[in-house]
Design a protein around this ligand. Structure first.
Ligand code: SF4
Length: 345
């Protein structure tokens, strides 16, 4: 018979299980703490349980979890981790340290089906969704890494790794519920950002679900023709549908939206492009535009604009009272920067 995943049991169900095997009720809380509060990734790591009880749990339940497969350290302090999910699958997460913040950039899928032309993950295709407990493991393991390396816990989480989070909607929301729940990791939802390439229907669903975390839209081009050229998802979710969905999201949640905009040389970096970006910004309750440095990947022909062009673009936004900031790349030397995750060694 297929064993049940122990992380799919509530605390009450664990209590029922322990009374059914004639053990004390408080064992349930002990196990629950190992699963969610001080999370471990195996029964053997539950050190306050007897060896016999750990063996009994192994007989009765499965405990599928991510394992660290490879860790790479960048010169700038960024750490990229490749995780093994089961026997055959790999995914990646990144720890980005600064003085004030320790940010985990996590993946929601193995690969991605959306095929954005500037993104290494897009060229892999999608293998499968990550389960909610696997996403939780990414955060828990990167948190542990942050504590061990920098002596500080994670302060922020961004869903900007592999995959489109809104195409793995249920698992992403359930993982965030566990990450933010007071009886689990208890992180603030305001420190979590889910970044989407733009799935209008699911953005509306986030509004209906009254989520508390922040939402970012990977815009990258502010007219449909250019956006469809680099992001095929725009063919079915055009800018008008996204603007409407983001306004609906704001109406339901009162959460302002962040735009992400990668600058590509001679593609979307002119002042005319900046004007189009400003136009979209004004149609949506947005609090910020992150202007992102492009990180070259093997598959694509895009280039990064000169510093002068980047500055001119930013100054134009500022002159028009747009709240914009330049986000410099981190972890480029280990292919950990934005758009570079592709399970390379
Ligand atoms: S940018 Fe995001 S949505 Fe687009 S292919 Fe890459 S991972 Fe997928």
């Amino acid at each position: 018979m297929k064993q049940q995943n122990i992380r799919h049991l509530s605390l009450e169900e664990l209590e029922e299980y322990f009374s059914s095997i004639g053990d004390k009720k408080f064992r349930a809380q002990q196990v629950y703490n190992w699963l969610w509060v001080k999370p471990v990734q195996s029964f053997d790591a539950m050190t306050n349980l007897s060896k016999d009880l750990r063996e009994k749990l192994k007989e009765d339940f499965s405990f599928p979890s991510l394992r660290i497969d490879l860790t790479q350290h960048s010169d700038d302090g960024t750490i990229k981790t490749r995780f093994a999910a089961g026997v055959h699958h790999k995914t990646e997460g990144v720890l980005i340290p600064t003085e004030e913040r320790k940010t985990a950039c996590v993946s929601s899928q193995i690969g991605c089906s959306l095929g954005c032309k500037f993104c290494a993950t897009g060229y892999l295709g999608r293998t499968r969704n990550l389960n909610f407990d696997e996403i939780f493991d990414e955060v828990a393991l990167i948190n542990e890494q942050s504590l061990q390396t920098f002596g500080a816990k994670l302060t922020n989480i961004v869903f900007m790794g592999m995959g489109e989070p809104l195409l793995n909607y249920k698992n992403v929301l359930k993982a965030i519920e566990r990450i933010t729940s007071p009886d689990a990791l208890a992180m603030s939802p305001r420190r979590i950002t889910v970044s989407t390439a733009g799935i209008a229907k699911q953005i509306r669903q986030l509004g209906d679900d009254q989520v508390k975390f922040k939402l970012a839209l990977s815009l990258h081009a502010a007219n449909d023709k250019k956006r469809s050229e680099i992001m095929p998802i725009n063919d079915t979710n055009n800018l008008k549908s996204l603007v409407d969905a983001l306004n609906y999201f704001y109406k339901q949640t009162k959460n302002e939206i962040t735009f992400e905009y990668i600058l590509f040389d001679n593609f979307n970096d002119s002042l005319k492009d900046a004007d189009e970006l400003i136009k979209i910004y004004r149609q949506v309750p947005a609090d910020l535009i992150n202007i992102i440095e492009y990180n070259p990947i093997d598959y694509a022909h895009f280039k990064k604009p000169s510093e002068d062009k980047v500055n001119a673009f930013l100054q134009h936004l500022e002159k028009n009272r747009v709240n914009a900031r330049l986000r410099r790349s981190r972890g480029k030397d280990i292919d950990a920067a934005c758009g570079q995750l592709a399970n390379k060694e």
